[in-house]
Write a protein that binds this ligand. Structure first.
Ligand code: FAQ
Length: 362
C-alpha cells in the first residue's frame, strides 16, 4: 500500500545491518546520515559525533547567555518605554535560547551544571562577538542588524542539522532571531531619520561592529579544523566562508537602503560570482579574542560567574522542591492515602494568641 504523503519528514528508520550490535549501530548511523535523516538521542552514535555536538551546542548556549550582557547593559538606559520593552523581550529571548540549547546538550549526556562550570572557568568558548563593548544606543540596533543577521545566516541551515534535538531547537530560535534582526534594523532606520548626531552615531556603530560580525562565522575554511568532519556528519551544512559570503550579500543592500557605509574599501560587486567581493578580516584579532584577550572577555565571564553564584539559592530551592515532589509522588500508596485522610492538624493556638491576632486584624 502506498504511504500517504503527510508532508512530515520520514521517520529515522535504517536498514538493519548484519554483525555485532556495535557494527549494526554504526551501519545504522551511517545509513541515517547518508539518507539525510535525523539521529535521535536513543540512537547509537560515534563518540566523536557526540563530542562535536556537545562542543558546538555548549558554545552556542554559552554565546546566547553571555550575549545577554552587551545589550542588557542598555535596558535601564533605553530612550523610551517602548524601546525598553522591546529590548527586555529580546534579552529574555536570548536566555530562552540558551536554555533550549543546554537542554539539547543534555540529551547527549552533558550536565548543565558542568557546562556552566566550564564556561566560567574558561574551558569552553563562546562567540567572539560578545567580547566587544556597547558604547551607544545605536549599538543595540547594530547588534540586532549584524549580529542577529549573522546568527540567522549561520543558524537557519542548522535547522536541518543531523541531530534531531539541536535541529528542532534551532527552528524556534531562528524565528525569534528574525524578529530580533528586524527590531535592530527598524531602530537604525528611526535613528537615520533623526538628527545629524543620531546618524553619526549609527555610522560609528556600524564601523565598530562590521569586522567583528564577519568573524562570527569562524576562521577561513583553510584554518577551520572542525568543518570537514562536522559537514560530513551534516551537523554543519555549509562552510564558514560560504556563510560569511551569504551574510555579506544579504547585508550590503540593506546598508544601502539604510544610508550607512560598510567600512570596507574592497567591497565590490562581482558579476562573475554574482556576489560581493570583500576585504579580509583581521584573523589575528579573532584568535586573540577567542583566546580570552578581547576588550571585554574578563568582564563578561566575571559577570557570568557572579550571576551564577548569586543564583545559588534559587537552584537549591528548586532542587529541594523537586525532591519533595518526587518524595510525594513515590511514597507508598498507604502513606499517601493516610496523609490524604488525615490532613495536617493545625496546632491549637493559646487563647492569648487568638486575642493578639484579633487585635492585629481589627
Ligand atoms: N568565536 O573549526 P572551527 C548569536 C572556535 S549566537 C569563538 O571553524 P566550528 C545569537 C571554534 O569553536 C552566536 N570561537 O569550528 C545572539 C573552534 O574551537 P574549538 C553563536 C570561535 O565549530 C545574537 C575553533 O575556533 N553561534 O549570535 C569562533 O566548526 C545577539 C576553530 O573553528 C553559534 O554558536 C567565534 N566566532 O565552527 C545572541 C552557532 N569561530 O571548539 C545574543 C553554532 C570559531 O575547536 C545577541 N556554531 N571559533 O576549541 C557554529 O556554527 C560553529 O561552531 C562556528 C565555528 C561557525 C561558530
Amino acid at each position: 500500500m502506498p504511504v500517504p504523503d503527510t508532508g512530515a519528514e520520514p521517520p529515522t528508520v535504517a536498514e538493519p545491518a548484519p554483525g555485532s550490535a556495535a557494527e549494526a549501530g554504526e551501519a545504522r548511523f551511517e545509513h541515517t546520515i547518508a539518507r539525510d535523516q535525523r539521529i535521535e538521542p536513543r540512537d547509537w552514535m560515534p563518540d566523536g559525533y557526540r563530542a562535536t555536538l556537545v562542543r558546538q551546542i555548549a558554545q552556542h548556549a554559552h554565546s546566547e547567555i553571555i550575549g545577554m550582557q552587551p545589550e542588557g547593559e542598555w535596558i535601564t538606559r533605553a530612550p523610551s518605554l517602548r524601546r525598553k520593552a522591546i529590548l527586555f523581550a529580546k534579552v529574555q529571548d536570548e536566555a530562552g535560547h540558551g536554555l533550549y540549547l543546554y537542554s539539547a546538550a543534555e540529551t547527549l549526556g552533558a550536565d548543565r551544571a558542568d557546562l556552566t562550570e566550564r564556561l566560567i572557568n574558561g574551558r569552553q568558548k563562546y562567540s567572539s562577538i560578545f567580547n566587544y563593548p556597547t558604547l551607544s544606543y545605536a549599538d543595540v540596533g547594530v547588534i540586532g542588524w549584524f549580529v542577529d543577521g549573522a546568527a540567522i545566516c549561520n543558524q537557519v541551515p542548522l535547522c536541518r542539522s543531523s541531530y534531531g534535538p539541536y535541529a528542532r531547537a534551532m527552528v524556534r530560535i531562528c524565528k525569534e532571531e528574525s524578529f530580533h534582526q528586524r527590531q535592530g534594523y527598524e531602530l537604525l532606520l528611526t535613528m537615520m531619520r533623526g538628527s545629524v548626531g543620531q546618524r553619526a552615531q549609527v555610522q560609528e556603530a556600524v564601523d565598530r561592529w562590521w569586522w567583528p560580525s564577519l568573524m562570527m562565522f569562524g576562521p577561513p575554511d583553510g584554518d577551520s579544523p572542525n568543518s570537514a568532519r562536522s559537514m560530513a556528519w551534516r551537523i554543519k551544512r555549509h562552510s564558514n566562508d560560504e556563510l560569511r559570503q551569504r551574510f555579506v550579500d544579504m547585508t550590503v543592500p540593506q546598508a544601502e537602503r539604510l544610508g550607512a557605509t560598510l567600512p570596507d574599501p574592497e567591497l565590490a560587486w562581482n558579476e562573475q560570482r554574482d556576489s560581493w567581493d570583500f576585504g579580509t578580516p583581521d584573523w589575528t584579532e579573532l584568535q586573540r579574542v577567542i583566546s580570552g584577550d578581547g576588550p571585554c572577555n574578563q568582564a563578561r565571564v566575571e559577570r557570568r560567574r557572579r550571576a551564577h553564584e548569586d543564583g545559588a539559592w534559587v537552584r537549591e530551592a528548586a532542587a529541594a522542591h523537586a525532591a519533595r515532589q518526587h518524595q510525594r509522588a513515590t511514597a507508598p500508596m498507604s502513606q499517601a492515602s493516610q496523609s490524604e485522610q488525615k490532613p495536617e492538624q493545625k496546632p491549637e493556638r493559646k487563647p492569648e494568641q487568638k486575642s493578639q491576632l484579633k487585635g492585629v486584624t481589627a
